[in-house]
Design a protein around this ligand. Structure first.
Ligand code: GYE
Length: 325
């Protein structure tokens, strides 16, 4: 079993940037400056996302910055529009939670030309010119996928025969979906008895998670041993589908989620979910720190990585009171 972490915390990986070259006074001035920040959020697709939005709003308020918030309702074109409007409004910093990895080249170049630093949070991009964004603040999604698979291996090692897995992927083309799949497959590769028999997107939402799980159950029925959902919301939606099909989630079908949000803890305490791999949405304070540095022209590390643990059902009741999201 993986080591458990009672509380989440974050570290800045590397690179003090140009800070060392600055006088203490210049640094204090940069830190104290009130900024106008544009935040192009993906939407409100999950419990994770809601906690993320609240964290950014609260941290901006606490720092005295003005936050211009845009909810893109899970549409990339809305995020692109929001970025362009932030450029027109001459904000000091743009925070982008990119819905998908690709399609950002042009608009990020526009932000760079306007000399507005762009900070990526919670999802990453793939662009030709990587100098168009300053830093990515978020998790190691490949590692999250590996942890999910490792939990499965550890907790099914005393069983025999094929382990049939169905997978609910996140939003198509988003890096948490791509990487959570990659890490999971990587660990199970070479274990021939573990088979992903169905894999489809549930778009990170409860409603879609339920709908797709219904289809999986119709097609595969009792053959399904395990559900791996790329986030807790889809797992929770799927749990309903499993119950409606007359099966016991957590027992007839093992349920693995990602995020470790409160909803997952409730499901684990109720015995309907087996494990949730943590992904911390409370990125607001780090984002504000990075925004101040970026606005002051400092270089940031390319990746400010969140450190996370794994929470199996056995510890859910004990850990629940400590959870902040
Ligand atoms: O896991 C999912 C959300 O980008 C890490 O997006 C984030 C993911 C998170 O909607 O629940």
């Amino acid at each position: 079993m993986r080591q458990l972490q009672r509380r989440t915390f974050t570290v800045i990986l590397a690179g003090a940037g140009l800070a060392a070259a600055w006088s203490p006074l210049a640094r204090a001035q940069a830190a104290g400056k009130k900024l106008v920040i544009g935040f192009a959020q993906t939407g409100a697709e999950s419990e994770w996302r809601t906690a993320n939005t609240e964290s950014v709003k609260a941290a901006a308020k606490a720092a005295g910055h003005e936050l211009k918030f845009s909810d893109a309702q899970q549409k990339q074109e809305n995020q692109i529009k929001a970025i362009r409007s932030f450029i027109t409004q001459k904000v000091d910093v743009i925070i982008l939670a990119p819905l998908v990895t690709t399609g950002w080249d042009t608009v990020l170049k526009e932000a760079k030309a306007a000399k507005i630093p762009v900070i990526l949070e919670s999802r990453n991009v793939v662009v030709k010119d990587t100098s168009t964004w300053t830093t990515f603040i978020g998790s190691d999604f490949v590692e999250e996928g590996r942890r999910a698979a490792q939990w499965l291996l550890d907790n099914t090692k005393n069983t025999t025969g094929t382990v049939n897995i169905v997978e609910l992927q996140g939003t198509v083309g988003s890096d948490p979906a791509i990487d959570r799949k990659k890490g999971f497959d990587e660990v199970l590769k070479g274990n021939a008895r573990y088979k992903v028999i169905r894999s489809q997107t549930g778009d990170f939402t409860r409603a879609k998670g339920k709908e797709v799980m219904e289809a999986f159950l119709k097609a595969e029925g009792k053959k399904i041993n395990v559900l791996y959902a790329h986030n807790d919301d889809m797992a929770i939606g799927a749990i309903q589908a499993i119950e409606e099909a007359g099966l016991k989630p957590g027992k007839d079908i093992l349920v693995i989620g990602v995020a470790a949000v409160k909803g997952a803890f409730e499901a684990m305490i109720a015995g309907k979910m087996n494990v949730s791999v943590e992904c911390n949405p409370l990125l607001g304070p780090q984002l504000m720190e990075a925004a101040a540095k970026a606005a002051a022209g400092q270089t940031l590390p390319r990746w400010i990585k969140t450190i996370e643990g794994v929470f199996p059902a056995e510890v859910a009741a004990k850990e629940f009171p400590n959870r902040k999201y």
